[in-house]
Ligand binder design. Structure first.
Ligand SMILES: [Zn+2]
Length: 123
């Protein structure tokens, strides 16, 4: 399952960072999830809740920020956001909203990063 491996990777990244910084507690974690990752944020959140049980992350606030899709069209030079309707979303077809071409570069929307971690340090 896509979400599960992602959630697992996120938890490992955060716990790793927390350990390196001698965190006593993790207060808040912000995760950026691009729309093109096809991750379902609710499912991801649910899995994170499950995976963080009995870890430093157990009581942390997990914030998921969805990153919209931005493209650059090679046909008409349009740059900006594009809407993915639900059917396109799962087929991963991204079209230029200006000219309808598919010859484009995806600038954002593919990321799945841990953006920010707030920790409580021991003295
Ligand atoms: Zn175009």
């Amino acid at each position: 399952m896509h979400e599960l491996s992602m959630a697992d990777a996120i938890v490992k990244t955060v716990l790793d960072a927390a350990e390196k910084n001698q965190a006593e507690e993790i207060l808040e974690v912000t995760i950026e999830v691009g729309k093109l990752t096809m991750l379902n944020p609710e499912q991801l959140k649910f899995l994170l809740d499950v995976l963080t049980e009995d870890t430093l992350l157990e009581s942390a606030d997990i914030i998921i920020e969805e990153i919209p899709v931005e493209i650059k069209c090679n046909s008409c030079s349009y740059t900006g956001s594009t809407n993915l309707d639900d059917s396109d979303h799962y087929l991963l077809i991204v079209k230029c909203p200006e000219c309808g071409e598919r010859d484009l570069e995806v600038i954002s929307g593919r990321e799945c990063n841990v953006k920010n971690i707030k920790i409580e340090k021991s003295e």
